[in-house]
Design a protein around this ligand. Sequence first.
Ligand SMILES: C[S@@+](CC[C@H](N)C(=O)[O-])C[C@H]1O[C@@H](n2cnc3c(N)ncnc32)[C@H](O)[C@@H]1O
Length: 212
Amino acid sequence: MKKKVNIYKLPKVNSWDEFYANRSWPPVPKHEQDVLFKNEFLGKYPKGTSLLEVGCGDGKWSAILSSRFKVTAIDNSANAIKEALALCKVRKINNVEFLCGDALNAEGQYDIIFARGPSFLNFPSADVRFVSNFKKLLSLCTQEVIFNIASRTPFEVWKPSGLLTPLADVDSPNSQWYHHDPEILKTNLAKLGAAHISYEKHKARIYASVKV
Ligand SMILES: C[S@@+](CC[C@H](N)C(=O)[O-])C[C@H]1O[C@@H](n2cnc3c(N)ncnc32)[C@H](O)[C@@H]1O
């Protein structure tokens, strides 16, 4: 049986594969789901809209999204995809297409790109790589990129959270976690398209979207 974890108290692991081999994310928080399914984010899109979930992890969000959207889900951890396939099998969900690979090399066109806790948008942040990664996501969709990410004060500093430092972060070897400042994020996203940001301070969470 895998250990349940608190996101802020994860022991250090060296890769997402190692993470998924030993641990599980908690169930999808009901509150986050409610916010994301509001009209300002996912709720305005009709049933059957195509959606690519990037960094889908163990598929808990993919399973929920599949009740409304035509979901393709990608993660570059093979163990994450293994977990996601097993979860969908147990829940008898057979309309999600899972891909194992780098979301930043993904191809195709989808109406929506969705990401929850996309680590490649956290390491590091308000810099050139954030913008180029985000532009890549925008290039994959015809309507909107929608994402939801943890953030809390103090913003704009590296926080040693105990979470792994991914390979993408090799040029910032002492960094582990980055907290977006919602105001800076808003300014940066507005340069890329029509942006909308909602920051819930009490939940330490940012919900954001950019229309193509
Ligand atoms: C913080 S976890 C979030 C997982 C899931 N979205 C959730 O909310 O439970 C970040 C996920 O992004 C995946 N990931 C990181 N970089 C990636 C990349 N370049 N392409 C695809 N997936 C990536 C990791 O393997 C991990 O599953």
